[in-house]
Design a protein around this ligand. Structure first.
Ligand SMILES: Nc1nc2c(ncn2[C@@H]2O[C@H](COP(=O)(O)OP(=O)(O)OP(=O)(O)O)[C@@H](O)[C@H]2O)c(=O)[nH]1
Ligand SMILES: [Mg+2]
Length: 621
């Protein structure tokens, strides 16, 4: 059993240093630091120096690299040490983000030297390698550059609160204090704007080793810490155990032993803690249950688990939940559940982020289709100039946007629980941007959702789990919504499909919209204002039938996306198949299959094949 399906995004080799001579106390917790800054400002040189000066290099490495430089008559660079270590470890693997380990006398460190910010962003947001603190390098001679600001902003947006600024290459400006002070003033003001207070600014020279691991006589006027002291002064961030419990569901596993129908709900706890006996609620569905056992990976069962650990737990009753839901505790603050989010994001894609286009949003273990509803503000991250109301977000821009998702997700607000507020945006299989949720906005289905959450909370689960029912009935429950233009014979197709599936031995039921309108809906008028309530009731009926394991075929004229979203709020979205019948699509419905006008038998064959593709019914071969 694997608890984590998503491995780290980067396959970077690890640069491991041997036991340093000045060993950190055993048991000291490692600190992860990211080093950022404008190109060529000296990041790799500073790391090389730190490795050399803390005696963290393999024996003879420094000498070997020096000798090699001499042989090729090129000047020695401390940055070459990293390359040499990489060559040793990589054996042909392309390197995107180096991970360098070293130890101070106080503790071990992992330094992430991200050559591009995409890797840094990916790793930070996916949690593949989270940095607790950042070291930002500015070249004293070149001064504050575009990426000095951009990276400072990203550090702030990613919620890294600890930062030290290294004013490097002071040798190039003859250790002129005025130059240093100017940079401190300029960059300090910038950081203030983005809400970060650096722990210190350090005048240094990576090349000369001044103020890196040892204090330099070149800057007698400077009384602050060296880089190594600044790193040692950072605090290890405790795992957010005190916050509300959040565990994005990675997967639901089934025991395979005979007669054992327990399931393990597995994931990594992002925040808070959980105990056996706790009442958990899964969002966005709102389904509730109690924790029966907590199973740890490769360890004996335990009674409690907390943030930072990968666990699985079993529940008292079998409820249907899937990857993408977030497990929470009933007595703690509930997460946000909505389809509309106000977010801050930065965009790294070559093509701008535009309205109307479909993107994939990944938050926790949830993946949903997202569109930009509105670009509220765009900010040039390097200058912090803002522009209101634009239509697109260009590469390297930071923007505040409203995103519309095609189904509800559970998340948190960045100020409250940062981990479950972070997301990335994927386009064409690549991460193009990322950000944090600032606010959960209401959507049209909000009132319906509240009722559904209460309904699921009160739901009395059957002792028969849905998959047992599916096995027995040899079909997966599904709602097949056949809609289309008024003229089109939707009803004919729907009834013919019912007939065909029935003959095949399926438990299937055709329901015309009139059956609902004049029955369950008899107390409400057929007005525009009541459309939402009509859809809600249709959804509730469908939900019951699906819970009974039935394939429900519904025919209705000209359903639109709004209608579908209401129905999706009441019915498990991945149990719905939407079919548009007819050559012209007259509404904004995002359908799963279009059936062009034509003979009914052909339409039914296509539908049947579609249901086989979707696994609703079995395809023998
Ligand atoms: N004079 C002087 N040069 C330095 C110092 N630190 C770095 N350099 C030089 O600046 C150049 C760039 O240094 P790197 O360490 O490769 O810079 P980087 O920030 O890692 O660059 P990228 O990874 O390409 O963004 C090299 O030629 C270094 O020798 C310094 O303190 N003084
Ligand atoms: Mg470098």
């Amino acid at each position: 059993m694997t608890f984590r399906e998503d491995g780290p995004i980067s396959t970077s080799p690890t640069i491991a240093a041997p036991e340093p001579r000045a060993a950190a106390p055993t048991g000291a917790k490692r600190m992860n630091i990211v080093i950022v800054g404008h190109v060529d400002h000296g990041k790799s040189t500073v790391i090389g120096r730190l490795l050399a000066d803390t005696h963290s290099l393999p024996d003879g490495k420094l000498e070997a690299v020096r000798a090699n430089c001499e042989l090729n008559s090129k000047p020695f660079e401390y940055a070459f040490l990293l390359d040499a270590l990489k060559d040793e470890q990589a054996q042909g693997i392309t390197i995107d983000a180096a991970r360098v380990f070293f130890k101070s006398q106080q503790r071990p460190y992992l330094i992430l030297d991200a050559p591009g910010h995409i890797e840094f962003l990916k790793n930070m947001i996916t949690g593949a390698s989270r940095a607790e603190a950042a070291l930002l390098v500015i070249d004293a001679a070149e001064g504050v550059q575009e990426n000095s600001r951009r990276h400072g902003y990203m550090v702030s947006l990613l919620g890294i609160r600890q930062l030290a600024v290294l004013v490097n290459k002071m040798d190039l400006v003859d250790w002129d204090r005025a130059v240093y002070e100017r940079i401190v003033a300029e960059y300090g003001a910038f950081l203030d704007q983005v809400g970060i207070r650096p722990s210190c600014f350090i005048p240094a020279s990576g090349r000369g080793g001044d103020n890196i691991a040892t204090r330099s006589a070149n800057a007698a006027w400077y009384t602050g810490p060296t880089v190594l002291q600044a790193l040692d002064a950072f605090h290890n961030e405790p795992a957010p155990v005190e916050q509300p419990f959040r565990m994005p569901v990675q997967d639901v596993y089934k025991f395979t032993k005979q007669g054992d129908d327990r399931r393990i709900v597995a994931g990594t706890i992002d925040s808070g803690s959980v105990k056996v006996g706790d009442s958990v609620i899964f969002y966005p569905s709102g389904k509730k249950n109690r924790v029966k056992t907590i199973e740890a990976f490769n360890a004996p069962a335990q009674t409690r688990a907390e943030a930072g650990t990968a666990v699985g737990f079993t529940l008292h009753e079998q409820i249907y939940i899937t990857r993408g839901e977030v497990a929470t505790l009933e007595h703690e603050r509930r997460p946000q559940v909505t389809t509309r989010l106000r977010v801050s994001l930065f965009w790294l894609g070559k093509d701008p982020m535009v309205k109307r286009k479909e993107y994939l949003l990944k938050l926790g273990t949830a993946r949903v289709t997202a569109r930009v509803e509105e670009v509220l503000r765009v900010m040039d991250a390097s200058t912090l100039d803002t522009a209101e109301q634009r239509n697109a977000v260009q590469r390297h821009d930071v923007a505040e946007c409203i995103l519309k998702l095609d189904r509800a997700i559970a998340c948190d607000i960045a100020e409250e629980i940062p981990t479950t507020s972070r997301f990335v945006i994927v386009d064409d299989y690549e991460i193009r941007g990322g950000g944090i949720v600032r606010e959960a906005l209401t959507d049209r289905q909000a009132t319906v959702r509240d009722r559904v959450l209460l309904r699921n909370y009160k739901w009395e689960p059957s002792i028969i789990p849905p998959e047992r029912r599916a096995e027995k009935m040899n079909q997966k429950a599904a709602l097949i919504l056949i809609t289309g233009e008024h003229e089109h014979d939707r009803k004919g197709v729907a009834k013919a499909l019912e007939g065909k599936l029935f003959e095949d031995g399926k438990v299937v039921y055709f329901m015309g919209i009139g059956n609902v309108l004049y029955g369950v809906d008899a107390d409400i008028e057929r007005s525009k204002e009541n459309r939402l309530e009509h859809m809600r009731r249709l959804g509730e009926i469908a939900n019951l039938m699906l819970d009974a394991g039935i394939i429900l075929v519904v025919a209705a004229a000209e359903l639109n996306q709004d209608d579908l979203e209401v129905i999706k709020t009441s019915v498990q979205p991945d149990w719905i198949e939407t079919i548009w019948a007819g050559d012209t699509v007259t509404t904004d419905l995002a359908y799963d299959l279009q059936l062009p006008g034509g003979a009914v038998p052909e339409a039914v064959d296509r539908l049947k094949a579609h249901l086989q593709d979707k696994g609703v019914i079995f395809r023998p071969w």
